[in-house]
Write a protein that binds this ligand. Structure first.
Ligand SMILES: CC(=O)/C=C/C=C(C)/C=C/C1=C(C)CCCC1(C)C
Ligand SMILES: CC(/C=C/C=O)=C\C=C\C=O
Ligand SMILES: [Fe+2]
Length: 545
């Protein structure tokens, strides 16, 4: 991809904070941050040596940058891969947190690393490769980050820089295009990687992991700079939600497979203010789209002034209220908009319609990984905490939060706990389901859970929402990433298939774990000869043999 450096964020190295200053910023108590909404100083990447000194030198490959830009080769298989498991598992995530002598601060900042494991008749090959976004290419060229990442805001220096920052913000030029969240096969065979900036939508080749180029949206929605990192993609459509920061609200848009044109289904206005709530993901039922509005809201001044808010680009405004909006997918009309108890959810699991005796939808049930209405989870994911606090029980509690949104014009919705959180160790995030149950009543969710004490989810959990129990997989000193369910071809039971997760170990290496989804017992592990950093979300591209 073209690597023309923008003239924005042209801060010389002297604009980067010294490590001491940055440590002071990190140590601000969360309570203090939550109380005060004044913007924090601009944070830029610290020097690598300072980060390493702070990190007490763990070998855990989860938080260690990839050592090489790309690798490809055969993988050793321990155990027996099912003969039906033919296809490619792809996983995306932030695998490079250092560039030149600069180091990122937050897990979400790292440059996107794709991992591939291809299964064919009991054998496996693998690869990893950096995605060549502009953010990555510029950073390599300059020896330091140039664009604004999740927690990282290169400081505009003089007046001209500040003016161009505002212009750059309007055009989106100062924002990252580092697509480190999800990887999704579109219904037409193209494969997209993305994060929350619209410009981060990038096409890749699932075989070679080559970066093909930017996905060019051919529509009039170019002014919408932010998108959900989790579009809902089926064989026929790509459905997503675009936060509107100018007129606080959300556009729900759809794009047919094979097309590059998004069409607006409808718009929901925000009920709280002054800006929309952070919306990393959302949920759908067969008839409806559910748009969450939580009190962790985009900070307009952080974006305009290019400085950090109490939670990077966000501020926690509990008094602004929490809401759930339900839009009809066929008419674009908002059919319910209810106030709910304060919540903090990055990932929605699934949703479905609950019907009354006449078979009519009476309520929408929406499940999410809910952090007890506390944004502290964001600060838990700061890299030096992940690296240093391994034996401390500092992972905030989380649960399967279940919303019930009545469709009878009631003003309020309910939020309950779907099962005893002790079943999954009071940790819970990075979820998946059997995709055949998307938007339908379902029984099983797979996620990362917690074997306490821990500072990060270190377990894989299969949650039975009917029995309200969980089956757990755990290995000492290992960090598994999101468990991804792959159905056995022709399966009729919801849990007939395997669950794949890439596990990073303390020895500095990594393997793809394959569990029998029904029993949750290990059936195989496929070893990489190198370490793999923690990754976020995966997908499966099946192959007919
Ligand atoms: C990886 C993940 O879960 C979330 C990533 C979010 C990102 C990269 C957010 C980026 C943003 C900016 C760089 C500034 C503007 C706002 C926002 C979209 C939050
Ligand atoms: C890894 C994570 C949350 C862990 C909480 O326990 C969130 C990742 C978000 C990106 O997709
Ligand atoms: Fe995500």
């Amino acid at each position: 991809m073209a690597a023309h450096l923008p003239t924005l964020c042209t801060a010389p190295s002297s604009f980067f904070l010294s490590s001491n200053r940055s440590r002071q910023t990190n140590n601000l108590s969360l309570a203090a941050k939550a109380r005060g909404n004044s913007a924090r100083p601009v944070r830029a990447a610290t020097r690598v040596e300072d980060e390493v000194a702070e990190d007490r030198g763990t070998n855990l490959s989860a938080w260690t940058s990839v050592r090489q830009e790309r690798w490809e080769g055969d993988l050793d298989v321990e155990g027996h891969l099912p003969a039906w498991l033919n296809g490619t598992y792809l996983r995306n995530g932030p695998g490079l947190w250092d560039v030149g002598d600069r180091a990122f601060h937050h897990l979400f900042d790292g440059y996107a690393t794709l991992v591939r494991v291809t299964f064919r008749q009991g054998r496996a090959t693998g690869a990893h490769r950096q995605i060549e976004s502009d953010a990555y290419t510029y950073a390599k060229a300059k020896g330091r980050p140039v664009l604004r990442e999740f927690s990282q805001c290169p400081k505009p220096g003089n007046f001209l820089d500040r003016v161009s920052n505002v212009v750059g913000l309007v055009s989106g030029a100062v924002l990252t295009d580092n697509p480190n969240s999800a990887v999704l096969p579109l219904g037409d065979g193209r494969v997209m990687c993305l994060t929350e900036t619209t410009k981060s939508s990038i096409l890749i080749d699932p075989g070679t992991l080559d970066t093909i180029g930017k996905f060019k949206y051919e529509d009039r929605l170019g002014g919408m700079m932010i998108q959900s990192a989790h579009p809902i993609v089926t064989e026929s459509e790509f459905l997503t939600v675009l936060p509107d920061l100018v007129r606080p609200g959300h556009l729900v848009v759809t794009m047919a497979a094979g097309s590059n044109e998004r069409k607006v289904i409808g718009r929901v206005d925000c009920r709280g203010g002054p800006t929309p709530g952070w919306m990393h993901s959302f949920a759908v039922t067969e008839k409806y789209v559910v748009v969450p509005e939580m009190p962790l809201r985009y900070s307009a001044s952080s974006l305009i002034k290019s400085e950090l808010a109490p939670f990077y680009a966000f501020e926690w405004l509990p008094a602004s209220g929490s809401y759930m909006h339900v839009m009809c997918r066929s008419t674009g009309k908002t059919v319910a908009s209810v106030e709910v108890p304060p919540f903090m959810a990055i990932h929605f699991i699934n949703a479905y319609e609950e019907t009354n005796q006449d078979g009519k939808a009476a309520a929408v049930i929406v499940d999410c990984c809910e952090h007890y209405g506390d944004p502290a989870i964001i600060e838990t994911l700061v890299l030096h905490r992940l690296r240093s606090f391994r034996d401390k029980d500092v992972l905030p509690d989380a649960r399967v939060g279940r919303f019930k949104i009545p469709l009878d014009n009631s003003p309020f919705g309910e939020l309950t706990t779907a099962l005893d959180p002790e079943e999954h160790g009071r940790g819970m995030d990075m979820c998946s389901i059997n995709q055949a149950y998307l938007g339908k009543k379902y029984r099983y969710a797979y996620a990362c859970g917690a074997r306490r004490p821990c500072n990060f989810p270190n377990m894989i959990t299969k949650i039975d929402l009917e029995e309200k129990t969980a089956k757990n997989w755990h290995e000492e000193d290992a960090v598994p990433s999101e468990p991804f369910f792959v159905a056995k071809p022709g399966a009729t039971d919801e849990d007939d298939g395997v669950v794949i997760s890439i596990v990073s170990t303390i020895k500095g290496d990594a393997y793809a774990l394959v569990l029998d989804a029904r029993t949750f017992e290990e059936i195989a592990r496929v070893r990489f000869p190198c370490g793999l950093p923690y990754g976020f979300h995966g997908c499966w591209i099946s192959e007919k043999i």
